[in-house]
Design a protein around this ligand. Structure first.
Ligand SMILES: N[C@@H](CCC(=O)N[C@@H](CS)C(=O)NCC(=O)O)C(=O)O
Length: 206
């Protein structure tokens, strides 16, 4: 049995849940973190010393860092092209996954907190507008990459689409003025027709 420890409104947990659903891997999910607490216990910290979510348990094997968990699931349980089968395509998938974590995730986290988690009268407008502008620079870069492509790596969906797909749901679902990015929107809409994406990512933003 595979267990995933982490609350479902976390974008990092959603990556893992969506990935597992696409691969047909049965997961036992437990609410940990945020209002549920449980990340500061000795038991939890012995599995994940960061005290963050998600944490995966596959039998005796324990793993943290959501992108690493996605790579592990695709490697162990993936079929088709979820884990691309050439070194070059695998490297490109890793490139987009790392780029998301390093470049896009920080401003998207600020944007999400400012619009969803912080009460309107306590918002930091400079941080809010800065995070929109920075995020938009990166979404524009991705829009250019997606021109003429169905998915991040070409015709077939892969693990590269998972972290960015989860973040794209937030980008398109929050209410603010954003530039029209047609290739990004077309890719995002292709994801929204996937049952596994709808069930695990397209959740109420809280
Ligand atoms: N780089 C880590 C980040 C983990 C992380 O910061 N998770 C957040 C939720 S998205 C968290 O643990 N927040 C504290 C909590 O939920 O208690 C990953 O991708 O797994």
């Amino acid at each position: 049995m595979i267990r995933i420890l982490g609350r479902l409104n976390s974008v990092n947990v959603q990556k893992v849940m969506w990935c597992a659903a696409e691969l047909g891997v049965e997961i036992q999910q437990e609410d940990v973190g945020g209002a549920f607490g449980g990340t500061d216990t000795d038991d939890y910290l012995s599995k994940n010393p960061n005290g963050r979510i998600p944490t995966l348990e596959d039998g005796d094997f324990v793993l943290w860092e959501s992108n690493s968990i996605v790579r592990y699931l695709c490697d162990k349980y993936g079929k088709d092209d979820w884990l691309p089968d050439t070194p070059q395509l695998r490297a490109l998938a890793n490139q987009w996954m790392d780029w998301y974590i390093a470049q896009l995730h920080p401003p998207m986290t600020t944007l999400f907190w400012q619009l969803i988690r912080i009460a309107p009268d306590s918002r930091d407008l400079a941080a809010l507008h800065g995070s929109i502008n920075t995020s938009e620079v990166y979404w524009t870069l991705l829009d250019a990459h997606l021109k003429g492509r169905t998915y991040l790596l070409g015709d077939r969906i892969s693990m590269a689409d998972i972290p960015l797909g989860c973040s794209a749901y937030r980008w398109h679902s929050m209410t603010f003025e954003r530039r029209d990015l047609p290739h990004l929107a077309a890719w995002y809409h292709r994801l929204t027709v996937r049952p596994a994406f709808r069930e695990n990512v397209m959740l109420e933003l809280t």
